[in-house]
Ligand binder design. Structure first.
Ligand code: FAD
Length: 422
């Protein structure tokens, strides 16, 4: 079958990889000159099955209210006249009940766990070098109330099979000695040895390279304008996609099946087809610093609970990422938020990096209210969704690619997950 994958982030690229393995003729279309140049470019790099709690949880509404108007807040909500933002927010609030939160965590953990296993298999098969570290994720707390509040979430994770163990402040420092000078502030931590970290961009670029060698066709510098359907009222089908090349030329590309993997931009393309996706961009920031003193830079991937930041060591670089701003589709860098990243990293690891020329970046997380992605068929016979992976698209990426290839190839995916018809 001829399949067109729309979008070449981690989700589109992993979908293409598994589709070509199933013997399909695959084309991937992206407006950028290469793969993974939007949200899959410089994220936090954690493969974080054990921290699958969605932002929509019972404590979220109060925290968000408290942070309103605070420029360097971990989560900053800016009100706009955008209808999607308002309806998304109402759905988000509905997902904040205890019952919905637990249900969502179960789905996310199941997919994330399956995805980490799939990533490990792909890594073994392809030998892609992406600065992968399998040293676990260490979450440290500097606020007693937050630490006490985390006990229930960690217990739920353990019940779901994640070995997330609570540890004492001294054990935090034993595991990651670069935190020694912060010991007096740390009130506790938890550690999950089975989690990982690695550079999402390097991985996606390596997978795309091997996909090309296996026959996948990538059409870069090509903007997707719209999907075209036939006029069959009973079982509607997509016949083709209208695209615009870099030179302005409009073209129509045909296929038997289409996979929508446009991250935060999926909603706009699906809407004219009558498919209303609740995906709103959650802008996040990262900073990357050259490591100049490897002995004082962390190697275990960290979550700094007080500042809601994650840290991953990528070879001779240190990546720090986090924060969220609900502010539409702009990726413009806010200086206050950038400076807050460097201030905190310098406080944690003063001698580890050269902080003079940080590489700042921002990306748009494709957030659903529940953080559970849309993966599966739609009411249009040959249109499939693989989008809305929110805060955990790297963690859930390989498994989502494999699952959509299974569905398109007529197999039941090997993971318990709500693969609805949308
Ligand atoms: C600051 C930050 C930190 C994060 N940290 C982590 C982490 O530690 N662990 C984790 O698991 N996840 C993390 N994430 C989330 C993760 O990065 C995303 O969920 C994931 O990258 C989304 O991948 P995607 O393929 O769906 O979207 P994208 O990577 O955005 O891919 C979509 C592609 O579609 C293309 N496109 C869009 N519109 C069009 C169009 N009209 N025509 C042609 N092409 C188009 C874009 O060019 C893009 O290449 C983080 C995100 C951010 C922002």
């Amino acid at each position: 079958m001829k399949v067109i994958v729309l979008g070449a982030g981690i989700i589109g690229t992993s979908s293409a990889w598994f589709l070509q393995k199933d013997g399909h003729e695959v084309t991937v279309i992206d407006r950028q000159p290469s793969v993974a140049l939007e949200t899959s470019f410089a994220n936090g790099c954690q493969i974080s099955v054990s921290h699958a709690e969605p932002w929509a949880n019972p404590s979220a509404p109060l925290k968000i209210l408290r942070w309103l108007g605070q420029e360097d807040a971990p989560l900053l909500y800016r009100f706009s006249a955008n209808w999607l933002q308002w309806s998304w927010t109402l759905r988000f609030l509905r997902e904040c009940t205890t019952r919905r939160t637990i249900e969502n965590i179960k789905h996310i953990v199941a997919l994330a766990d399956y995805s980490r296993l799939t990533l490990q298999q792909v890594r073994a098969e392809t030998s892609i070098n992406y600065d992968c570290l399998t040293k676990g994720i260490l979450h440290f707390y500097t606020d007693q109330k937050e630490f006490d509040g985390s006990l229930a979430a960690a217990k739920l994770m353990r019940e779901l099979g994640c070995p997330r163990q609570h540890i004492k402040p001294d054990e935090v420092v034993q595991l990651e000695p670069s935190l020694a000078q912060m010991r007096y502030k740390i009130v506790g931590g938890d550690f999950t040895a089975s989690d990982e970290s690695g550079d999402i961009y390097k991985f996606t670029a390596g997978l795309a390279q091997q996909s090309m060698e296996a026959g996948v066709n990538f059409e870069f510098n090509t903007s997707i304008i719209r999907l075209i359907t036939d006029n069959n009222e009973i079982s509607r089908k997509i016949t083709s996609v209208e695209v615009q090349r870099a030179d302005g030329q409009i073209e129509i590309l045909y296929a038997d099946a289409f996979v929508l993997a446009l991250g935060s931009f999926s909603e706009q393309l699906a809407k004219p087809l009558g498919i209303n996706l609740m995906i709103y961009p959650g802008k996040g920031y990262s900073a990357t610093y050259p490591v100049i003193n490897p002995d004082t830079a962390p190697t275990i991937s960290l979550i700094d609970d007080g500042f809601k930041l994650v840290t991953s060591r990528l070879g001779d670089r240190l990546r720090v990422a986090g924060t969220c701003e609900f502010n539409g589709y702009s990726t413009e860098l806010n200086e206050v938020r950038c400076a807050a990243l460097t201030r905190r990293t310098q406080e944690l690891f003063p001698d580890a990096c050269d902080y003079r020329q940080p590489l700042y970046w921002s990306g748009l997380r494709p957030l659903t209210p529940s953080n559970v992605p849309y993966i599966g068929k739609t009411n249009i016979t040959n249109l499939y969704l693989n989008t809305g992976h929110g805060t955990l698209g790297w963690t859930m990426g390989c498994g989502s690619g494999r699952a959509i290839a299974d569905i398109i190839s007529g197999r039941q995916p090997e993971v318990e997950f709500p693969f609805h018809r949308f």
